[in-house]
Design a protein around this ligand. Structure first.
Ligand code: ADP
Ligand code: MG
Length: 375
Protein backbone atom coordinates (compact mmCIF):
# COMPACT_ATOMS: atom_id res chain seq x y z
CA UNK A 1 0.00 0.00 0.00
CA UNK A 2 1.37 3.40 -0.77
CA UNK A 3 0.85 6.41 1.37
CA UNK A 4 -1.54 8.99 0.02
CA UNK A 5 0.06 12.38 0.52
CA UNK A 6 -2.02 15.39 1.44
CA UNK A 7 0.50 17.73 -0.19
CA UNK A 8 3.28 17.02 -2.65
CA UNK A 9 4.93 20.29 -1.74
CA UNK A 10 4.32 23.31 0.41
CA UNK A 11 3.70 26.64 -1.27
CA UNK A 12 2.67 28.46 1.88
CA UNK A 13 1.53 28.13 5.46
CA UNK A 14 -0.54 31.13 6.43
CA UNK A 15 -1.85 32.30 9.79
CA UNK A 16 -4.80 34.64 9.39
CA UNK A 17 -5.81 36.56 12.52
CA UNK A 18 -5.26 33.52 14.71
CA UNK A 19 -6.30 33.99 18.33
CA UNK A 20 -6.21 31.48 21.18
CA UNK A 21 -7.19 32.33 24.74
CA UNK A 22 -7.06 30.47 28.00
CA UNK A 23 -9.64 32.12 30.22
CA UNK A 24 -8.99 35.84 30.06
CA UNK A 25 -5.40 35.38 28.95
CA UNK A 26 -4.26 35.43 25.35
CA UNK A 27 -1.84 32.65 24.39
CA UNK A 28 -1.81 33.91 20.77
CA UNK A 29 -3.38 37.20 19.77
CA UNK A 30 -4.41 38.05 16.26
CA UNK A 31 -1.46 36.38 14.57
CA UNK A 32 -1.11 36.94 10.84
CA UNK A 33 1.98 35.52 9.18
CA UNK A 34 2.85 33.76 5.96
CA UNK A 35 5.57 31.13 5.77
CA UNK A 36 6.82 30.44 2.27
CA UNK A 37 7.44 27.00 0.85
CA UNK A 38 11.06 25.91 1.35
CA UNK A 39 11.90 28.38 4.07
CA UNK A 40 12.96 27.76 7.64
CA UNK A 41 11.02 30.17 9.78
CA UNK A 42 12.07 30.65 13.38
CA UNK A 43 9.58 31.54 16.08
CA UNK A 44 11.46 33.18 18.91
CA UNK A 45 10.40 34.88 22.12
CA UNK A 46 10.46 34.54 25.88
CA UNK A 47 8.91 31.57 27.60
CA UNK A 48 5.13 31.95 27.59
CA UNK A 49 5.06 34.28 24.57
CA UNK A 50 2.87 31.90 22.56
CA UNK A 51 5.35 30.10 20.28
CA UNK A 52 4.25 26.56 21.03
CA UNK A 53 0.57 27.46 20.89
CA UNK A 54 1.00 29.15 17.50
CA UNK A 55 2.93 26.20 16.11
CA UNK A 56 0.38 23.65 17.29
CA UNK A 57 -2.45 25.36 15.47
CA UNK A 58 -0.76 24.27 12.24
CA UNK A 59 -1.18 20.55 12.87
CA UNK A 60 -4.43 21.04 14.78
CA UNK A 61 -3.13 19.95 18.14
CA UNK A 62 -4.71 23.27 19.13
CA UNK A 63 -7.80 24.81 17.55
CA UNK A 64 -7.85 28.62 17.51
CA UNK A 65 -10.78 30.51 19.06
CA UNK A 66 -10.87 32.68 15.97
CA UNK A 67 -8.94 33.10 12.77
CA UNK A 68 -7.59 30.24 10.69
CA UNK A 69 -4.46 28.52 9.42
CA UNK A 70 -4.14 27.70 5.74
CA UNK A 71 -1.75 25.28 4.08
CA UNK A 72 -1.44 25.85 0.34
CA UNK A 73 -4.55 27.99 0.61
CA UNK A 74 -6.70 25.31 2.27
CA UNK A 75 -8.05 25.86 5.77
CA UNK A 76 -6.48 23.11 7.91
CA UNK A 77 -9.93 22.40 9.39
CA UNK A 78 -10.81 20.85 6.05
CA UNK A 79 -8.25 18.10 6.62
CA UNK A 80 -8.81 15.10 8.83
CA UNK A 81 -6.59 15.84 11.87
CA UNK A 82 -4.96 12.39 11.91
CA UNK A 83 -4.14 12.55 8.19
CA UNK A 84 -2.90 16.09 8.63
CA UNK A 85 -0.52 15.10 11.44
CA UNK A 86 0.86 12.17 9.49
CA UNK A 87 1.71 14.60 6.72
CA UNK A 88 3.56 16.98 9.00
CA UNK A 89 6.77 16.03 10.80
CA UNK A 90 6.68 17.03 14.47
CA UNK A 91 9.78 17.11 16.66
CA UNK A 92 9.78 18.23 20.27
CA UNK A 93 12.42 18.51 22.97
CA UNK A 94 11.70 15.29 24.81
CA UNK A 95 10.91 13.35 21.76
CA UNK A 96 8.86 10.68 23.46
CA UNK A 97 10.23 7.54 21.92
CA UNK A 98 8.23 4.54 23.05
CA UNK A 99 10.47 2.85 25.64
CA UNK A 100 9.37 -0.73 25.01
CA UNK A 101 9.90 -0.53 21.25
CA UNK A 102 13.23 -0.96 19.49
CA UNK A 103 14.64 1.91 17.47
CA UNK A 104 13.51 0.28 14.22
CA UNK A 105 9.98 -0.09 15.59
CA UNK A 106 9.87 3.47 16.87
CA UNK A 107 10.91 4.85 13.50
CA UNK A 108 8.71 2.47 11.53
CA UNK A 109 5.60 2.89 13.66
CA UNK A 110 3.73 5.24 11.34
CA UNK A 111 4.76 3.28 8.26
CA UNK A 112 3.33 0.16 9.84
CA UNK A 113 0.11 2.00 10.65
CA UNK A 114 -0.01 3.10 7.03
CA UNK A 115 0.20 -0.53 5.95
CA UNK A 116 3.69 -0.60 4.49
CA UNK A 117 5.26 -4.02 3.92
CA UNK A 118 7.95 -5.15 6.39
CA UNK A 119 10.58 -5.15 3.71
CA UNK A 120 9.77 -1.59 2.64
CA UNK A 121 9.80 -0.47 6.25
CA UNK A 122 13.22 -1.99 6.85
CA UNK A 123 14.62 -0.27 3.79
CA UNK A 124 13.18 3.07 4.82
CA UNK A 125 14.42 2.78 8.43
CA UNK A 126 17.88 2.06 7.09
CA UNK A 127 17.81 5.15 4.87
CA UNK A 128 16.59 7.32 7.73
CA UNK A 129 19.20 6.13 10.23
CA UNK A 130 21.84 6.83 7.64
CA UNK A 131 20.48 10.33 7.10
CA UNK A 132 20.83 11.16 10.79
CA UNK A 133 24.30 9.56 10.99
CA UNK A 134 23.44 6.53 13.11
CA UNK A 135 24.86 3.25 11.76
CA UNK A 136 21.97 0.85 11.09
CA UNK A 137 23.57 -2.31 12.43
CA UNK A 138 24.56 -0.79 15.77
CA UNK A 139 21.30 0.95 16.49
CA UNK A 140 18.40 -0.79 14.86
CA UNK A 141 17.80 -3.36 17.61
CA UNK A 142 18.49 -1.16 20.59
CA UNK A 143 15.95 0.29 22.97
CA UNK A 144 15.67 4.05 23.59
CA UNK A 145 17.22 3.90 27.09
CA UNK A 146 20.38 2.40 25.57
CA UNK A 147 20.97 5.62 23.60
CA UNK A 148 22.47 8.94 24.64
CA UNK A 149 20.29 12.06 24.62
CA UNK A 150 21.75 13.21 21.32
CA UNK A 151 21.21 9.82 19.74
CA UNK A 152 17.62 9.75 20.92
CA UNK A 153 17.09 13.19 19.46
CA UNK A 154 18.41 11.91 16.12
CA UNK A 155 16.02 8.98 16.26
CA UNK A 156 13.20 11.46 16.89
CA UNK A 157 14.29 13.39 13.84
CA UNK A 158 14.45 10.19 11.78
CA UNK A 159 11.00 9.19 12.98
CA UNK A 160 9.54 12.56 12.00
CA UNK A 161 10.98 12.07 8.50
CA UNK A 162 9.62 8.54 8.04
CA UNK A 163 6.73 9.54 5.79
CA UNK A 164 8.83 12.13 4.01
CA UNK A 165 6.59 15.04 5.00
CA UNK A 166 7.03 18.31 3.12
CA UNK A 167 6.49 20.32 6.31
CA UNK A 168 8.16 20.05 9.72
CA UNK A 169 7.25 21.62 13.04
CA UNK A 170 10.15 21.62 15.49
CA UNK A 171 9.66 22.85 19.03
CA UNK A 172 13.03 23.50 20.72
CA UNK A 173 14.34 20.18 19.38
CA UNK A 174 17.92 20.71 20.56
CA UNK A 175 17.05 22.55 23.77
CA UNK A 176 18.13 19.85 26.19
CA UNK A 177 21.54 19.05 24.70
CA UNK A 178 24.99 20.13 25.82
CA UNK A 179 26.65 22.86 23.73
CA UNK A 180 29.06 20.73 21.68
CA UNK A 181 26.42 18.19 20.75
CA UNK A 182 23.91 20.94 20.12
CA UNK A 183 26.27 22.61 17.66
CA UNK A 184 26.88 19.24 16.04
CA UNK A 185 23.19 18.48 15.59
CA UNK A 186 22.54 22.00 14.31
CA UNK A 187 25.18 21.45 11.62
CA UNK A 188 23.78 18.08 10.64
CA UNK A 189 20.32 19.50 10.64
CA UNK A 190 21.37 22.33 8.29
CA UNK A 191 22.82 19.72 5.97
CA UNK A 192 19.68 17.58 6.03
CA UNK A 193 17.58 20.67 5.51
CA UNK A 194 19.62 21.61 2.48
CA UNK A 195 19.42 18.09 1.05
CA UNK A 196 15.70 17.72 1.55
CA UNK A 197 14.59 21.29 0.90
CA UNK A 198 11.59 21.09 3.22
CA UNK A 199 9.51 23.83 4.80
CA UNK A 200 10.24 24.13 8.51
CA UNK A 201 8.74 26.07 11.40
CA UNK A 202 11.24 26.01 14.24
CA UNK A 203 10.71 27.28 17.78
CA UNK A 204 13.65 28.36 19.89
CA UNK A 205 14.40 30.90 22.57
CA UNK A 206 18.08 30.94 21.61
CA UNK A 207 18.90 33.86 19.31
CA UNK A 208 22.17 32.24 18.21
CA UNK A 209 20.38 29.13 17.07
CA UNK A 210 17.89 31.39 15.31
CA UNK A 211 20.69 33.21 13.47
CA UNK A 212 22.37 29.99 12.46
CA UNK A 213 19.38 28.14 11.15
CA UNK A 214 16.71 30.65 10.22
CA UNK A 215 15.92 32.10 6.82
CA UNK A 216 13.54 34.47 8.59
CA UNK A 217 12.86 35.05 12.25
CA UNK A 218 9.48 35.92 13.76
CA UNK A 219 9.71 37.54 17.18
CA UNK A 220 6.81 36.99 19.57
CA UNK A 221 6.07 38.81 22.78
CA UNK A 222 3.01 38.57 25.06
CA UNK A 223 1.10 36.45 22.55
CA UNK A 224 1.73 38.88 19.70
CA UNK A 225 3.99 38.90 16.66
CA UNK A 226 6.33 41.85 17.05
CA UNK A 227 8.44 41.60 13.89
CA UNK A 228 9.32 39.14 11.18
CA UNK A 229 12.38 39.44 8.96
CA UNK A 230 15.77 38.06 8.00
CA UNK A 231 18.47 38.06 10.68
CA UNK A 232 20.00 41.13 9.02
CA UNK A 233 16.69 43.01 9.03
CA UNK A 234 16.22 42.35 12.72
CA UNK A 235 19.76 43.37 13.55
CA UNK A 236 19.87 46.51 11.47
CA UNK A 237 16.24 47.65 11.63
CA UNK A 238 14.66 46.34 14.81
CA UNK A 239 10.99 47.34 15.02
CA UNK A 240 11.07 47.93 18.76
CA UNK A 241 13.32 48.07 21.78
CA UNK A 242 12.34 44.53 22.57
CA UNK A 243 13.58 43.24 19.21
CA UNK A 244 16.74 45.30 19.59
CA UNK A 245 17.25 43.74 22.98
CA UNK A 246 16.68 40.23 21.68
CA UNK A 247 19.13 40.59 18.80
CA UNK A 248 21.17 43.07 20.77
CA UNK A 249 21.85 45.05 17.68
CA UNK A 250 23.42 47.98 19.46
CA UNK A 251 26.17 46.32 21.36
CA UNK A 252 26.84 43.10 19.57
CA UNK A 253 28.08 44.34 16.24
CA UNK A 254 29.77 47.54 17.29
CA UNK A 255 33.38 46.47 17.49
CA UNK A 256 33.32 43.26 15.55
CA UNK A 257 35.58 44.59 12.77
CA UNK A 258 38.42 45.09 15.20
CA UNK A 259 38.21 41.71 16.88
CA UNK A 260 40.55 38.76 16.45
CA UNK A 261 39.94 35.08 17.06
CA UNK A 262 41.98 35.52 20.26
CA UNK A 263 39.26 37.75 21.72
CA UNK A 264 36.51 35.20 21.29
CA UNK A 265 38.11 31.79 21.51
CA UNK A 266 37.37 29.57 24.45
CA UNK A 267 39.62 27.26 26.40
CA UNK A 268 39.45 23.65 25.32
CA UNK A 269 37.22 21.86 27.82
CA UNK A 270 39.12 18.89 29.22
CA UNK A 271 36.05 16.71 29.53
CA UNK A 272 35.67 16.72 25.76
CA UNK A 273 39.28 16.00 24.83
CA UNK A 274 41.13 12.83 23.91
CA UNK A 275 44.81 12.25 23.31
CA UNK A 276 45.59 11.33 19.67
CA UNK A 277 47.87 8.49 20.79
CA UNK A 278 44.99 6.47 22.25
CA UNK A 279 43.86 3.21 20.74
CA UNK A 280 40.33 3.19 19.35
CA UNK A 281 39.45 0.74 22.11
CA UNK A 282 40.51 3.09 24.92
CA UNK A 283 38.99 6.12 23.20
CA UNK A 284 35.69 4.28 22.86
CA UNK A 285 35.78 3.31 26.51
CA UNK A 286 36.39 6.92 27.57
CA UNK A 287 33.70 8.32 25.31
CA UNK A 288 31.13 5.83 26.50
CA UNK A 289 32.04 6.48 30.13
CA UNK A 290 31.72 10.24 29.67
CA UNK A 291 28.60 9.89 27.54
CA UNK A 292 30.22 11.67 24.59
CA UNK A 293 29.05 11.27 21.04
CA UNK A 294 31.68 13.62 19.77
CA UNK A 295 35.03 14.62 21.25
CA UNK A 296 38.00 16.80 20.44
CA UNK A 297 41.30 15.14 19.69
CA UNK A 298 44.02 17.43 20.90
CA UNK A 299 47.70 17.05 20.17
CA UNK A 300 49.97 18.59 17.55
CA UNK A 301 48.23 20.43 14.72
CA UNK A 302 48.42 17.58 12.22
CA UNK A 303 46.62 15.14 14.50
CA UNK A 304 44.09 17.48 16.11
CA UNK A 305 40.46 17.54 15.17
CA UNK A 306 37.12 16.11 16.04
CA UNK A 307 36.05 12.51 16.35
CA UNK A 308 32.62 10.90 16.34
CA UNK A 309 31.62 7.85 18.30
CA UNK A 310 30.63 6.08 15.08
CA UNK A 311 34.07 6.61 13.60
CA UNK A 312 35.71 5.28 16.74
CA UNK A 313 33.51 2.19 16.54
CA UNK A 314 34.56 1.67 12.95
CA UNK A 315 38.23 2.28 13.75
CA UNK A 316 38.07 -0.30 16.53
CA UNK A 317 36.48 -2.85 14.22
CA UNK A 318 39.25 -2.20 11.69
CA UNK A 319 41.97 -2.44 14.35
CA UNK A 320 42.96 1.21 13.87
CA UNK A 321 44.00 3.97 16.25
CA UNK A 322 42.15 7.10 17.29
CA UNK A 323 44.27 9.20 14.95
CA UNK A 324 42.83 7.51 11.86
CA UNK A 325 39.29 8.16 13.05
CA UNK A 326 39.86 11.87 13.63
CA UNK A 327 38.42 14.37 11.19
CA UNK A 328 40.06 17.71 10.65
CA UNK A 329 38.45 20.97 11.69
CA UNK A 330 38.99 24.47 10.32
CA UNK A 331 42.19 25.79 11.91
CA UNK A 332 42.77 29.38 12.96
CA UNK A 333 45.52 31.36 14.52
CA UNK A 334 44.68 33.63 17.46
CA UNK A 335 45.46 36.56 15.17
CA UNK A 336 42.98 35.62 12.44
CA UNK A 337 40.43 38.44 12.12
CA UNK A 338 37.19 37.27 13.68
CA UNK A 339 35.06 38.11 10.67
CA UNK A 340 37.34 36.11 8.41
CA UNK A 341 37.11 33.11 10.76
CA UNK A 342 33.32 33.34 10.90
CA UNK A 343 33.09 33.58 7.12
CA UNK A 344 35.21 30.45 6.77
CA UNK A 345 33.14 28.51 9.27
CA UNK A 346 30.01 29.52 7.45
CA UNK A 347 31.33 28.57 4.01
CA UNK A 348 32.58 25.23 5.31
CA UNK A 349 29.27 24.64 7.08
CA UNK A 350 31.05 24.09 10.37
CA UNK A 351 30.04 25.40 13.74
CA UNK A 352 33.48 25.26 15.31
CA UNK A 353 37.17 25.61 14.59
CA UNK A 354 40.39 24.85 16.42
CA UNK A 355 42.76 27.64 17.33
CA UNK A 356 46.45 26.80 17.15
CA UNK A 357 49.33 28.74 18.58
CA UNK A 358 52.87 27.61 17.79
CA UNK A 359 51.44 24.41 16.37
CA UNK A 360 49.73 23.61 19.69
CA UNK A 361 45.95 23.73 20.25
CA UNK A 362 45.16 26.90 22.19
CA UNK A 363 41.38 27.04 22.10
CA UNK A 364 38.18 26.50 20.19
CA UNK A 365 35.99 28.96 18.35
CA UNK A 366 32.25 28.28 18.25
CA UNK A 367 30.41 30.42 15.73
CA UNK A 368 27.25 30.69 17.77
CA UNK A 369 29.12 31.35 20.98
CA UNK A 370 30.92 34.20 19.27
CA UNK A 371 27.63 36.02 18.85
CA UNK A 372 26.71 35.29 22.45
CA UNK A 373 30.01 36.56 23.79
CA UNK A 374 29.76 39.82 21.92
CA UNK A 375 26.89 40.90 24.13
P1 ADP B 1 5.87 29.43 24.64
O1 ADP B 1 5.90 28.21 23.80
O2 ADP B 1 6.26 30.67 23.91
O3 ADP B 1 6.67 29.28 25.90
P2 ADP B 1 3.07 28.78 25.02
O4 ADP B 1 2.49 28.86 23.68
O5 ADP B 1 3.34 27.43 25.57
O6 ADP B 1 4.36 29.70 25.13
O7 ADP B 1 2.09 29.49 26.06
C1 ADP B 1 1.58 30.80 25.86
C2 ADP B 1 0.72 31.20 27.04
O8 ADP B 1 -0.45 30.41 27.11
C3 ADP B 1 1.43 31.06 28.37
O9 ADP B 1 1.07 32.12 29.20
C4 ADP B 1 0.88 29.75 28.91
O10 ADP B 1 0.88 29.75 30.30
C5 ADP B 1 -0.52 29.75 28.35
N1 ADP B 1 -1.00 28.38 28.12
C6 ADP B 1 -0.51 27.52 27.21
N2 ADP B 1 -1.17 26.35 27.23
C7 ADP B 1 -2.12 26.48 28.17
C8 ADP B 1 -3.15 25.63 28.68
N3 ADP B 1 -3.34 24.39 28.19
N4 ADP B 1 -3.94 26.12 29.66
C9 ADP B 1 -3.77 27.36 30.14
N5 ADP B 1 -2.84 28.21 29.71
C10 ADP B 1 -2.02 27.80 28.75
MG1 MG C 1 7.00 26.41 24.11
Amino acid sequence: MTFKKLFDRIDSVRFENVTKRYGEQFAVKNLSLEIQGGELLILIGRSGSGKTTAMRTINRLIEPDSGAVFINGTDVREFDPVRLRRNIGYVIQNIGLLPHLRISENIGLLLRLEGWKEEEIRKRVKELLNLVSLPYESFVDRYPHELSGGQQQRVGLARSMAMDPPLFLMDEPFGALDPLLRAQLQDEFSRIKKELGRTIVFVTHDINEAFRLGDRIAVMNNAELVQVGTPEELIFSPASDLVAEIVDSNRKYRHIDALKVRDMMQPIAREYTLDPGLSAETALDLMVRKGLEVALVVGKSEVSGRVFLNDVLKARAGGKGLKEATRSLPLFSPDTPLLEALARLKSERESMGLVLEDNEPAGVLFSDRVLQNLI
